[in-house]
Design a protein around this ligand. Sequence first.
Ligand code: TYM
Length: 342
Amino acid sequence: MTAKRVFSGVQPTGNLHLGNYLGAIKRFVPLQDTHDCIYCVVDLHAITVWQNPQELLRAIREVTAAYLAAGIDPKRSIVFNQSQVAEHAELAWVFNCVARLGWLNRMTQFKEKAGKDRENASVGLYAYPNLMAADILVYRADAVPVGEDQKQHLELTRDIAQKFNNDFAAEIAAKGYNDGYFPLTEPLIAGPAPRVMSLRDGTKKMSKSDPSDYSRINLTDDADAIAQKVRKAKTDPEPLPSEEEGLKGRPEAENLVTIFSALSGRDKAGILAEFGGGQFSTFKTALADLAVESLAPMAGEMRRLMADPAGIDAVLRDGSNRARVIASKVMADVKDIVGLLR
Ligand code: TYM
């Protein structure tokens, strides 16, 4: 039996943060032992909002550096940037014709990102989930590790796969596929921290776009910045509880304990048994030390890799060549199925 295929992607839009790391990138690494993995820098998604071109190029290399520094092995896994494999955009067009307006109108992320000025949002931002479905399905991927905020997009991906399989059932069967052409991809939303929250507000997710840099720990922050952000993180006046039950209704406390758990690999019960009842400041000092210890080596490695952009570009070129072999075959099948001459 061949290994199942995993696909995931991260946008190169600057400020990679602890949420990206714990919710996604850190989890990509062990999947390499059990799956064939494809990890993408989704640059075409980034331009759904205007990006400074020089900054975009730098950010593409930085996400790649973060992948490698976290432990993704570009020999074992395919590491590449989306725009080098044209089949993503090509399949996305087919999916623009499969997905329904009503489906996209339900996407909460579009509503959040477009805000009040919807008329002024790019068409790309609106159609973005169709491109995401194409990213995944152009490799017919079985599973996608992501943070919780991507759940709705993965449900849409399954809806698109299902509708494509239904719309072209006869052609797909004639090609010898008995179970539909596209798999109903499984979301892997797991791990201790599928939703890391802002350090300034425990009810909002940690995000790249928060205007306050104190709301997030960036993967490139140095030890001083990390320690200061943890120290200043919002908390409530109560001491930490000794049991998990006591975290209910205390989003900031819960978030910090979750981050501790995800960085240390320890369960929350054990952490609360150790720190419960004590001062928040004691816990925060331990958390700051842990965060520095876990993230500083990665930041150092990212800096080292970024000093050799040609080396990073070579990784992406090699990965793109390998990705294209898979994607072009799927795209050829799709053309046959849909009735496009090739
Ligand atoms: P992006 O670039 O916003 O985020 C990259 C990954 O980080 C996760 N994440 C979080 N996890 C936990 N807590 C948080 N606060 C947090 N913030 C972000 C995201 O869930 C994601 O896994 N649409 C995607 C990129 C994408 C993609 C794909 C992903 C495009 N095509 C195909 C998977 C498969 C996005 O904008 O992620």
